[in-house]
Design a protein. Structure first.
Lengths: 200, 251
């Protein structure tokens, strides 16, 4: 069972649709006990970092997610990925979940359109089980204006957009983050979700 | 670098796919959910549903079609036609659309663009435009499926759209739509050069090389076609293969 965290700031139905399509059992929830009972957790997110963190806190899920991420696979998507990091500077300085060392900063791509929106090609970094079995040229779908800044050892994939933009972060253990939307990234995205489901 | 996008558009009427040639002579070609799934299989980068009669008959958007499509198609979905209010945008996004396309309503009520962008984000708001060349050589904006000339200068309108916070423009040329002689490159280039938001070329694709030509001769971000794909004259794969051969980055 995959728990999709439904804290009021998610692209939850697209994620749920994709898991249903893949036949992966899932449940939308904002309950700590259900996150504890799940085999894996997906943390979606759209919108602004500070308000999303506040909503997560309001649901009482910050500590639970930090705890559960030590025991089972957690995949953050888009803003959910950014929330895995230590802190963000979107509108105001705001702490994240601190599961992957790094920060979230405005995307800096001189001369290019912000938001970074569309299909971009993954370049592979450190080995990450979610990226296994992808084709040589895998494009995934992005919509974002802020980007992660993290060490190379946590960078599983990036894309070129006025420089290297982190696409997937990985703590080497249970914590995964996708800046792009696997649930909107065609076959490549579905393969990433399949890989996530196959971790347990 | 972002890949150039190839976007099939499904013109929908009463829940069925249709295609008008120059907005007349409509004929039925099938179930939109089935068509969308097929385009997804062919490698479409995005799929647009456009309820072509909604703006003049006042019908709502086809939310059930979107809901069903979103269960089996995992690329961005855009819905246009009949979207008049912020609530319409909200409902459409909730049904599973990633973007909405506003056209006539945006001309009549430009605030809809700003409100939509403020509440849901610029990336959700695409402004569709039907434009036509005038005798004096500029282009003007038409509404209600190309029926009414608003005598609004196209380049003034696209700059206003950008200022209002739209995330994207889908530019359809009434002059080339359905003619299959290629996209309206002069108009497309004028618009692409006037704004910095992405522009989708629409109207006029008749053969494979028309897509690559639009990408080679203008900085448009995407190209859209309808009947060409519906009647299997061309597949999305064929268009992308042609682009790739010519060094254009596609997914």
């Amino acid at each position: 069972m995959i728990a999709i965290v439904d804290y009021g700031a998610g692209n939850i139905f697209s994620v749920k649709n994709a898991l249903d399509y893949l036949g992966m059992e899932n449940q939308l929830t904002d309950q700590a006990e259900e996150l504890a009972a799940a085999d894996e957790i997906i943390l979606p997110g759209v919108g602004a970092f500070p308000s999303a963190m506040r909503m997560l806190a309001k649901c009482g899920l910050v500590g639970v997610l930090q705890e559960q991420a030590k025991q089972k696979p957690l995949l953050g998507i888009c803003l959910g990925m950014q929330m895995l990091l230590d802190k963000s500077y979107e509108f105001e300085e705001c702490n994240g979940l601190g599961l992957i060392p790094g920060t979230v900063e405005p995307l800096d791509a001189p001369g290019l359109i912000i938001p970074h929106m569309g299909w971009n090609k993954l370049e592979m970094g450190v080995d990450c089980p979610l990226l296994h079995g992808l084709g040589e040229e895998s494009y995934v779908y992005f919509v974002h204006s802020f980007a992660a800044k993290c060490a190379d050892e946590n960078l599983a994939a990036w894309v070129e957009y006025g420089g290297r933009v982190p696409a997937m972060v990985y703590d080497g253990n249970y914590v995964f983050g996708a800046q792009f939307h696997p649930e909107k990234s065609g076959e490549a995205g579905l393969q990433i979700l399949r890989n996530f489901g196959g971790l347990v | 670098m972002l890949a150039k996008r190839i976007i099939p558009c499904l013109d929908v009427r009463d829940g069925k796919v249709v295609k008008g040639v120059n907005f007349e002579g409509i004929r039925e070609v099938g179930d939109p959910v089935v068509c969308a799934a097929e385009y997804n299989r062919q490698g479409a980068d995005e799929i647009v549903f456009y309820d072509i009669t909604a703006s003049h008959e006042g019908r709502g958007v086809i939310l059930d079609v979107v809901r069903e499509t979103a269960k089996q198609v995992f690329v961005p979905l855009t819905v246009g036609g009949g979207i008049k209010t912020v609530d319409d945008i909200r409902e459409t996004l909730r049904a599973g659309a990633d973007k909405v396309s506003v056209n006539s309503q945006a001309v009549q009520n430009p605030q809809l663009i700003r409100d939509g962008a403020d509440i849901f984000g610029s990336q959700c708001i695409c402004v569709g435009i039907d434009a036509k060349k005038t005798k004096s050589g500029n282009w003007t904006v038409f509404i209600n499926g190309g029926r009414i000339d608003m005598e609004l200068d196209l380049l003034d309108w696209v700059k206003q759209i950008e200022q209002l916070g739209a995330g994207e423009i889908c530019l359809n040329s009434i002059d080339t739509d359905g003619v299959k002689g290629g996209f309206d490159l002069p108009m497309l280039k004028a618009v692409v050069d006037a704004v910095s938001i992405p522009v989708i070329a629409s109207g006029g694709a008749g053969k494979c090389s028309d897509f690559a030509e639009a990408f080679e001769k203008t900085d448009c971000s995407a190209a859209l076609a309808a009947s060409l794909f519906h009647f299997h004259e061309l597949t999305v794969q064929e268009v992308k293969a042609d682009c790739r051969r010519k060094g254009i980055i596609v997914r």
